[in-house]
Design a protein around this ligand. Structure first.
Ligand SMILES: Nc1ncnc2c1ncn2[C@@H]1O[C@H](COP(=O)(O)OP(=O)(O)OP(=O)(O)O)[C@@H](O)[C@H]1O
Length: 290
């Protein structure tokens, strides 16, 4: 079990605001953190990692206290068993893929485990390449393997797939899913992508106005009961076409575009890039073999 309670004053453009988070996570769970830009999601991960200090807080991970401001306990980042993956790869450019993993694994690299990780992220053949010769997806696979190489108690993923194209995002999402099934590392993922959250997370925390406004299973948190439906898809708004009476909203879901209609009021709440869920009560599909 992981118990977290932190308070930190954030300096926002509109002034100061308190970030106050209190939650507990089951060991081995996969939790997504969702919220507007600037809500404090990254700051929350950095507080957990010990990269920034809260004014007040308590963090206990599987019985070990990492932070207790009352008792003046505060483990430095290197003593907190954490793996971190950011959106911008952050590999050492002068080291090969293998050296990046060996360096991260400390004094006694477990060569067998490094090999297993490289195989799991399909990078065993590229172990001797330098990061500059790799694609974004490949670099992020190495960043994932590197974050896991010390078998951390917590894996923190800060929008790890957001710099990748749709296809690569999808592939890496499945790899993260497999890595989590294999190692059961307690994971926190910051994501704006509902499809990603649905696929990976068993719990979601929504951060609004500096605190958790909702938490629960993705289904409970995102779907509204009144919208009980036969089909539910998640996607991203790619086009909004105003009409005389209604608006046409084009939504990218997987590799397909769905067109739906919306009232002016509904359309005004959307923007290009908004993540949405599409519901339909009547589902009467026609199947055509491709
Ligand atoms: N160490 C710090 N001390 C005080 N304020 C900070 C600190 N780090 C970040 N902030 C402020 O806290 C706010 C939240 O930033 P944060 O990066 O956590 O948001 P976010 O929810 O991750 O946003 P995004 O989705 O855009 O990445 C910002 O206004 C930022 O300027």
């Amino acid at each position: 079990m992981i118990r977290i309670q932190v308070r930190k004053t954030l300096s926002m453009s509109e002034g100061e605001k308190a970030l106050q988070i209190e939650t507990s996570l089951e060991t081995g769970s996969f939790t997504a953190i969702y919220g507007r830009s600037g809500a404090g999601k990254t700051t929350f991960l950095r507080l957990l990692a010990g990269l920034i200090q809260p004014e007040q807080g308590y963090i206990e991970v599987d019985g070990q206290v990492w932070l207790d401001t009352q008792k003046k306990i505060n483990l430095p980042p290197q003593k907190r068993s954490i793996g971190f993956v950011f959106q911008d790869f952050a590999l050492f450019p002068n080291m090969t893929v293998l050296e990046n993993l060996q360096y991260a694994s400390g004094n006694k690299p477990d060569q067998e485990f490094i090999k297993q990780l490289l195989t799991m992220v399909s990078m065993e053949k590229l172990a001797h390449r330098k990061p500059t010769t790799l694609s974004g997806g490949q670099k992020q696979r190495i960043a994932l393997a590197r974050a896991l190489v010390r078998r951390p108690s917590i894996l923190l993923l800060d929008e790890p797939l957001s710099a990748l194209d749709q296809e690569m995002r999808h592939k890496l999402r499945e790899e993260i899913h497999l890595l989590h099934r294999q190692f059961q590392t307690t994971t926190l993922l910051v994501s704006h992508d509902l499809a990603e959250i649905y696929r990976l997370a068993n719990k979601v925390l929504i951060i609004e106005e500096g605190s958790i406004s909702k938490s629960g299973k993705p289904d409970e948190v995102f779907s509204e009961k009144r919208l009980s439906s036969k089909i539910q898809l998640t996607g991203e708004v790619v086009r909004i076409v105003p009409g005389e009476v209604v608006y046409i909203i084009e939504i990218l879901t997987g590799n397909s575009i769905i067109k739906t209609i919306a009232t002016k009021e509904e359309a005004e709440q959307l923007a290009i890039g908004s993540q949405v869920m599409v519901f339909s009560k009547a589902f009467n599909p026609i199947i055509k073999k491709l």
